[in-house]
Design a protein around this ligand. Structure first.
Ligand code: GTP
Ligand code: SPV
Ligand code: MN
Length: 590
């Protein structure tokens, strides 16, 4: 029987629900073979060799980039597709104005048609995975069925993939079913469907990133956020980072920024030389699962085990650790290559691209050499500052939550919310310039509450209420802040150096959390004065820092009016506390 697992997996360890589902998918999709992934090094090696032979993976310069590969995706398939992503709840209003909705029966029928015989001549891979440490009660399981070996390789790095996950599923019974086929990579036959009530994901027609690595955005955010609401926790688009001050005390911070707005870089921050004694440890770079703990604090785990990070901009100056991390054992997608077969991307200070991301001779007339959303897939263990507490079953305690966006104007470098309720308003009011992480126009400001606009698996109004409910359970809630590393002057120059120097802002936040730092109150929240920030050794003009910390009341009045209008679409579902927090800010702005 084609679904019989390889000899390495003894049958008693298999969940009957998994085998029955795999068999039903096999009958529907009609693959030539079925491969149950065990997650061993030998298996990864074999799949890598297979993709090298087929030409889907190109081995890069072995001396400079040992064990690194390049994959080129279909040029029409280079980013998440939000307009083709649906949340299929029984009631439309449960998905909310923030999601595309389709009735579950209609979506199932549409997908069934697409899946019919779609794996003929291909191998069906069964990818069991665990999101979170294997021994954590906070972790969740899933099985992705895919016909892409490239997806298998990515999932093997990004999740705890293979046999231990299958064993855990057999023991606990509950798992998310994710069915993925690359189909014909036809943008007109491409859908990313979520059925949160059924713990199911169905994806067709894309092999890229969040569309295809179903453990990531589809499971760990859209499905998990829905589950988290009923179970009393939060699934968020947040990095988690540990900051050790010169006294040796470590505080953990979680930060939500929209896609391609600096999470990986903040999670891997390198302290500036003028801040000796600080150490930074990465727990996660993209997703956090946050649980109220018995001690009244909020505890976080990173459900992932690797980074699917933005390549352009990574260099030894912006982040030496990130640069070194991707110099070995890394899978690159859609970067350019040099004459001696090294990967190349915009922002690198050395090397010359000869072949662009599409495999054509590089010609600047065709745009950038590397795709702006080119990515690296790398194990978190490659990160020299990977926190050993990333593996803690109970997670790490969170002292501060940071929201942020990419705004050329308006949003100051940092401000602090009064309390949790005001913090929920601050998170809900995030707006940011769109980036290449999703298809569509880049650089236009759009509302992106909690950096979850593309990822919340249910109605935002219910989500904000859930945030308020979680806060009410915390006797020691994290302080909430908003940052903007991306302010520019009229010539387009960044006013703030960013990257490692962001620690100066984080240090102020930690002092605020312990009551040790000064701030002054404004209508939108509390801000530091220039002298409240540690700017020692930083080459920044007084005019720039003044501008970065300025609250332009007129512009904010306009911003808040726009936000008020936006909230209108959530109607009667909007939490009363959010409305009163908004009214308070409006009143303060006058
Ligand atoms: P996703 O993986 O899409 O969720 O992105 P991310 O939020 O992890 O963003 P990432 O850290 O990869 O940064 C995206 C881009 O912003 C890269 O090109 C970075 O070089 C750039 N960037 C990150 N931090 C800063 C900063 O502090 N200042 C400036 N100017 N650019 C930054
Ligand atoms: C993002 O877009 O926020 C990402 C990349 O982290 S993807 O996995 O494609 O969602
Ligand atoms: Mn992301």
């Amino acid at each position: 029987m084609a679904t019989a697992p390889n000899a390495l997996l003894p049958l008693p360890k298999l969940s009957p629900e998994v085998t029955a589902w795999v068999e039903s998918v096999r009958q529907l999709t009609q693959p030539a073979a079925v491969h149950w992934c065990e997650g061993s090094a030998a298996e990864i090696k074999q799949l890598t060799a297979q993709l090298e032979t087929s030409g889907e993976l190109i081995r890069l310069n072995e001396k400079e980039f040992p064990n690194c590969h390049l994959a080129r995706s279909n040029p029409s398939d280079v980013a998440r597709v939000e307009h083709l992503t649906f949340v299929c709840t029984s009631r439309k209003e449960d998905a909310g104005p923030n999601n595309n909705w389709m009735a579950p029966a209609e979506a199932h029928a549409k997908m069934r048609d697409l899946y019919q015989g779609c794996m003929k001549g291909r191998t069906l891979y069964v990818v069991p995975y665990c999101m979170g440490p294997l021994d954590s009660p906070l972790s969740r399981y899933g099985v992705e069925i895919t016909d892409s070996a490239y997806v298998v390789l990515n999932m093997a790095t990004m999740t705890r993939m293979g046999r231990p996950a299958l064993d855990l599923i057999a023991r606990t019974g509950t798992f998310v079913k994710g069915l993925h086929s690359i189909g014909e990579l036809d943008p007109n036959r491409r859908f990313i469907m979520h059925f949160p009530e059924e713990l199911q994901i169905q994806s067709f027609g894309s092999g890229y990133g969040g569309n295809a690595l179903l453990g990531k955005k589809c499971h760990a955010l859209r499905i998990a956020s829905y589950q988290a609401r009923t179970e009393g926790w939060l699934a968020e688009h947040m990095l988690i980072v540990g900051l050790q001050n010169p006294k040796g005390e470590t505080h953990y911070v979680a930060a939500a920024f929209p896609s391609a707005c600096g999470k990986t870089n903040l999670a891997m921050l390198i302290p500036p030389e003028s801040m000796p004694g600080w150490k930074v440890f990465t727990v996660g770079d993209d997703i956090a699962w946050l649980h109220p703990g018995p001690d009244g604090r909020l505890w976080a785990i990173n459900p992932e085990s690797g980074y699917f990070g933005v390549v352009p901009g990574t260099n030894p100056d912006t982040n030496r650790n990130a640069y070194n991390m991707i110099r070995h054992d890394t899978l690159f997608t859609n970067v350019a290559v040099t004459a001696d077969n090294q990967p190349w991307w915009e922002g690198l200070k050395s090397g010359t691209p000869v072949t662009d991301w599409q495999g054509r001779p590089y010609d600047p007339k065709n745009g950038p050499a590397a795709h702006p959303n080119s990515r690296f897939t790398v194990s978190a263990r490659n990160n020299p500052d990977y926190s050993p507490h990333s593996e803690d079953a109970k997670g790490v305690p969170i002292s501060a939550i940071i929201f942020g966006g990419r705004r050329r104007t308006l949003a100051p470098l940092v401000y602090q919310a009064r309390d949790w309720e005001h913090g929920v308003l601050v998170g809900a009011s995030v707006a940011s310039e769109t980036t290449a992480a999703a298809t569509g126009q880049v650089g236009v400001v759009r509302r992106d509450p909690m950096a979850m606009q593309p990822f919340c698996g249910y109605n935002f109004a219910d989500y904000w209420q859930h945030w308020l409910n979680v806060g009410a359970k915390l006797s020691k809630p994290p302080q909430i802040f908003h940052v903007n590393w991306f302010r520019r002057d009229e010539a387009g120059r960044f006013l703030w150096p960013g990257f490692g120097d962001n620690l100066r802002v984080l240090a102020w936040m930690l002092d605020r959390a312990t009551g040790a730092a000064h701030a002054h109150e404004t209508a939108i929240g509390s801000l530091p004065l220039p002298e409240d920030l540690n700017l020692a050794g930083l080459d920044i003009s007084p005019a720039d820092i003044t501008e970065l910390l300025r609250v332009d009341t007129d512009a904010w009045r306009h911003e808040i009016a726009e936000f008020h209008k936006y909230l209108g679409q959530y109607g009667a579902r909007l939490p009363a506390a959010l409305k009163s927090q908004l009214a308070r800010v409006e009143q303060a702005l006058g």
